[in-house]
Design a protein around this ligand. Structure first.
Ligand code: FES
Length: 112
């Protein structure tokens, strides 16, 4: 079972925002949707954009580079059913956000 990894202070990710953090060498995009935390792989499968620094609207996180959009609750691309980010467990513990990584290998992206 993967370890829980502390990545940020809870105050760093208030409701309606997302942040980018590195956990065990992997980028994670952490989003706070109305007080509920979600974490997906932070490396955009399009061209490697930093998803965690994108804009969060509801459960939709938009990559800041070219606008690909992902549902942070499922990791699924909003348009393409074949594109999906790994979803990680995330929790708050004693004022700290911790993630537990799943899918040791990032999912394959599209050819484009
Ligand atoms: S790198 Fe994310 S949309 Fe292009």
């Amino acid at each position: 079972m993967p370890e829980w990894i502390p990545v940020a202070a809870a105050a760093d990710c208030p409701p309606g925002t997302s942040i980018e953090r590195v956990a065990a060498g992997r980028m994670a995009a952490i989003a706070n949707v109305d007080g509920s935390l979600h974490a997906i792989d932070g490396l955009c499968p399009h061209q490697g954009g930093p998803l965690g620094t994108g804009a969060l609207c509801g459960t939709t996180l938009t990559c800041p580079w070219h606008g690909w959009q992902f549902d942070v609750t499922t990791g699924r691309h909003r348009v393409s059913a074949t594109v999906r980010q790994a979803v990680h467990e995330v929790r708050r513990r004693d004022g700290v956000i911790e993630v537990r990584l799943h899918d040791p290998e990032p999912p394959a992206g599209p050819d484009s």
